[in-house]
Design a protein around this ligand. Sequence first.
Ligand code: HEM
Length: 201
Amino acid sequence: MNIARPVNDALRRVPPWAIYIVAPVPAIWYFWLGLTGGLGAEPIKALEHALGLFALKLLVAVLAITPLRRFAGINLVRFRRAVGVVAFFYVALHLSAWLFLDIRDPARIWADILKRPYITVGMAGFVLLLPLALTSNDWSVRRMGPGWRRLHRLTYPAVLLGGVHYLMLVKGWQMAPLVYLAAILALLGLRWRWRRRRAMA
Ligand code: HEM
């Protein structure tokens, strides 16, 4: 049985703005857990981690939308921009947790960004995502024309930097960051192959 058709029919009834309505729920839930002792002995670290991991999941989801349509026929393209904006929102919350709850000392911000390579890499990912978040609106799409698509290819290095940042910050070789990085590389590899095929056709 082809499950893509009923899934797509159901998805057509969901407006993309619904993503923005549900987007804050995990963040509110993490903050609530933090305030009520549900995040363990180091709630600030746990909050920082939960926000970073959720952001990475959403960024990987953005990359997976086109392959999902090509391989499984499930069309989530209408939701891609909203999921991207929400991913940025979670990266920004993750960065804010680090700035305002974790280090809190302005003198240490630059020192940490320059001294700790995993922070430098995470920051580079954030900086690449910034113009994407600012131009994720219909007005920018119209004004920028084909440049919009080119600019939004920054998503690829940004997600890769997010995956590398995760791998760099864990001690030793742990499974989870390796799996994320492998998934990111596989998804980027697919895009690269499709682009090459299109260029050769
Ligand atoms: C594309 C952007 C980013 C992504 C996808 C991302 C993702 C992640 C992930 C997945 C984790 C580990 C979560 C876990 O262990 O469960 C993490 C941890 C962390 N991230 Fe990020 N991050 C990003 C940007 C940043 C930025 C801009 C900063 C700060 C300048 C930052 C600072 C940190 C810190 C301090 C930790 C915890 C390290 C520790 O264990 O002490 N991240 N991040």
